[in-house]
Design a protein. Structure first.
Length: 420
RNA sequence: GGGGGAAUGUCCCGAGCGGCAAAGGGGGCGGACUGUAAAUCCGCUGGCUAUGCCUUCGCAGGUUCGAGUCCUGCUUCCCCCA
């Protein structure tokens, strides 16, 4: 794309300035539609888990900015395509989910979007269709005749996602192979129903999106557009959204607000500026000031990043509470009752609980074996005292004046054990 | 249809003369150093009611005191010939 392109629309200006764009099929075309206030764009989200995680956040933010700059965002639930499975970037065939699982996941995921987008019937209000609405009604023969004839297998075989699987001699089932056909058809269908002109997604979706544009042209839709975001990794190359404990979920019932705040607080120095632009609404000049902070001062920027990002998802009140909990815990070394808490029966505690089992109960370590190993390397602490005897028992005598026992795994993970 | 290979620790890759909880990486976790960062260094990386017990090398049998290792059948994948 032309390096000299200067966007006239607010939408592309923001996206370019904040680093959301990897590729676009036609900058001028998208710019004109956005400028005219006629831009409806969609991003597909699958329903393989009960919550989206941080990896989807860039996509969600792109929809948010679209709405803020006068466009209409369409998060599309992949209730239909999830029944098939997307081969893009996956090494192995996905496990098939039951329809009930998909429905449950969908309901759970929907909650998150309402935090980022305004839904309703207005011009720029978001809508959330589910591609099961049209995909499940498809008749195989009709689909082959009307849609399937437009696809070239030769071209599909040359797509990266497919080629990779073939080169590695990995299984690629027929239904997965059809995924791109369905996704392409989604685009056309969303144009018919809602006048959707642009599909966005991660850079790994480029091939699928372009296939949809192609199908649109062959099926008589006007010019459609593609825009992808860069694949996000941390500065040291790790994929975003995974931590020791697993994925960084967006639903609060799957990841406590405090842990979500901590995830952002632990951002690498080199990522702070980039993340502030992508994951907060802070104005650019404020971000430039923050990312210019050097040495230990950059920690201030990380706290702001954590609080802003958390506030957007969980609300400012909860974000500030997490921030305050962290401040007391890390900067004052004080015990805070607002740390994530796990209950234990009072009777059990009176009888005495082995330290190893206590850490397993708290969910800090997966097994007593792991707890044992961590004791050896000095990674476990009770009320801030390193555990040196793996046979020690926790009893009521270990309760602090707050009536809890603080279990720590490593320097950062803390859980309170509260008798009930 | 015929011939030849392959499958290993539930994250991945990968070694493994009949004595194996199984080499070595990567990744991950903990510790030290720091700033709740990165880099570096060190340790750990089947489970449990634990000087012991249980479960692991595609699946099912067999030989053996003892099988990841040898034999038979099966499954899946790859290569060559038709």
């Amino acid at each position: 794309m032309s390096a000299s392109f200067v966007p006239k629309s607010d939408f592309l200006s923001v996206l370019m300035e904040r680093g959301y764009i990897h590729q676009c099929s036609d900058f001028e075309g998208v710019d004109a539609k956005a400028k005219a206030g006629e831009l409806t764009a969609y991003i597909g989200f699958d329903c393989t888990a009960p919550s989206l995680h941080v990896g989807s956040l860039v996509q969600i933010m792109m929809l948010r900015w679209l709405q803020k700059t006068g466009g209409k965002p369409v998060p599309l639930m992949g209730g239909g395509t999830t029944r098939v499975g997307d081969p893009s970037g996956k090494d192995e065939s996905r496990r098939m989910l039951s329809l009930d699982d998909i429905e449950a996941n969908k309901t759970s995921i929907k909650q998150v979007f309402s935090k980022f987008l305004n839904f309703g019937d207005g011009k720029t209000d978001a809508i959330m269709p589910d591609n099961a609405e049209w995909l499940t009604a498809l008749n195989y023969i009709d689909f082959l005749r009307d849609v399937g004839r437009h696809f070239s297998v030769n071209r599909m075989l040359s797509m990266d996602s497919v080629k990779m699987r073939l080169e590695r001699d990995q299984e690629l089932s027929f239904i997965e192979f059809n995924y791109m056909c369905l996704q392409a058809y989604d685009f056309v269908e969303l144009h018919r129903r809602y006048g959707c002109l642009l599909q966005m997604g991660g850079s790994d979706q480029w091939g699928n999106i372009v296939t949809g544009i192609d199908l649109g042209r062959r099926m008589g839709a006007p010019q459609l557009y593609a825009l992808t975001s860069p694949l996000l990794t941390t500065a040291s190359g790790a994929k975003m959204g995974k931590t020791a404990a697993g994925a960084v979920w967006l639903n609060a019932d799957m990841l406590p607000v405090y842990d979500y705040w901590q995830y952002w607080r632990n951002t690498e120095d080199a990522d702070v500026g980039r993340f502030l632009k992508l994951f907060t609404d802070l104005p650019m000049d404020e971000i430039r000031r923050l990312e210019a902070l050097a040495g230990a001062e950059i920690n201030e920027a990380k706290k702001i990043l954590a609080t802003e990002a958390t506030a957007m998802l969980h609300g400012r009140e909860q974000a500030l509470a997490a921030s305050e909990t962290a401040r007391k815990t890390f900067e004052e070394g004080a015990l805070t009752t607002s740390l994530p808490t796990v209950e234990i029966s009072a009777g059990e505690l009176t009888a005495g609980v082995g330290v190893l089992n206590a850490f397993v109960k708290a969910g800090l370590v997966p097994s007593t074996g792991e707890a044992r190993r961590q004791v050896k390397s000095g990674g476990l602490r009770i009320n801030d005292a390193v555990v040196s005897d793996e046979r020690a028992q926790l009893t009521n005598a270990d309760l602090t004046s707050e009536g809890v026992i603080k279990l720590s795994f490593g320097k950062k993970k803390h859980i309170l054990l509260a008798p009930r």
